[in-house]
Write a protein that binds this ligand. Sequence first.
Ligand SMILES: *Cc1c(COP(=O)(O)O)cnc(C)c1O
Length: 354
Amino acid sequence: MVDAVNINVTKTASSKLKDLDFSNLPFGKHFTDHMLVATYADGEWQNVEIKPYQPLQLEPSLVAIHYGQSIFEGIKAYRYENGDAFIFRPHDNFKRFNTSAERMCMPAVPEEIFIGGMKQLIELDKEWIPTAADHSLYIRPFMFSTDTIIGVKPSDTYLFIIILSPTGPYYSAPMRIVVEETYTRAAPGGVGFAKNAGNYAASLLAMQLAKKQGYDQVLWTDAFEHKWLQEVGTMNVMFIINNTAVTPSLEEGTILAGVTRDTALTVLKEMGLTIEERKISIDELIDAYNDGSLKEVFGTGTAATISLIQELKYKDTILKFDLSKLTVAPELKRRLDNIRTGVSADTHGWMERV
Ligand SMILES: *Cc1c(COP(=O)(O)O)cnc(C)c1O
């Protein structure tokens, strides 16, 4: 049950809310007054507490820093006009978090801490949720290993923490993308499907090199042939080919199963598109571009929702998309925003009341 865990609450003596400029909220920069912290030791979760947001004191030998047993989630909450707060599909993130935990040999976090604790924390810091258009509360649950012995093995102790960040519109300019042919994000048998910290560290160099060439991000391809398309940067990718939305399928374990990906597929189907989750190669994409059937390419993820792609570069081939002709991505974004902000009816039960 969601209320079965005893959460010790210590409220802040001096709220920082009055210092927050609601008209200037860059992504991930400001944090609310409180955080949730739970400790795993002796085979169980204990000491679940909500306390003032504060620095952590950690030993230099902390094993997570050395060997990277560290996972996270990203979720958004909204405050409606009547003052109620809603979280977008938190149970999907909860399940994915524990899938990541299992892959990284970490203990599962129980629902009453992940969801129950998250709700209690948000309720306490509710006034921090911005209400203006395109604003939200970004929720960052994470877990890392805390043994202080430098030896390679799964840790016996962990910290699970949730912090909250009020965020303004995540403007992402239409992206120019290079198809990656040297580096690899994920391979079968690897950790591509897990939201672990190391995946991000491993992706930085490819992104940096793309930026040096004047591009924004890379389109990841498979490890063996650098031909089968995977994800764009840290987002899932969708291709609109005539009236079909094609996105790479999940069964190889090389794709992060995005909640926005799943949401987008559901809504695209409602918009009348055919959905295909399957392997798709760069050659097929270029053929579809050349015969005029490839209409749009975009990324999906919690932070930006939908990120338009205006250019794709593969070897000497450049695919360009006329942004003024896009129809599917803008309509999809409009529908997703309307559901999340309560403008449209929540017919799928995606919004969960705090
Ligand atoms: C988090 C993430 C996504 C998007 O997942 P959402 O649940 O939609 O936010 C896609 N790809 C990668 C690699 C990610 O880490």
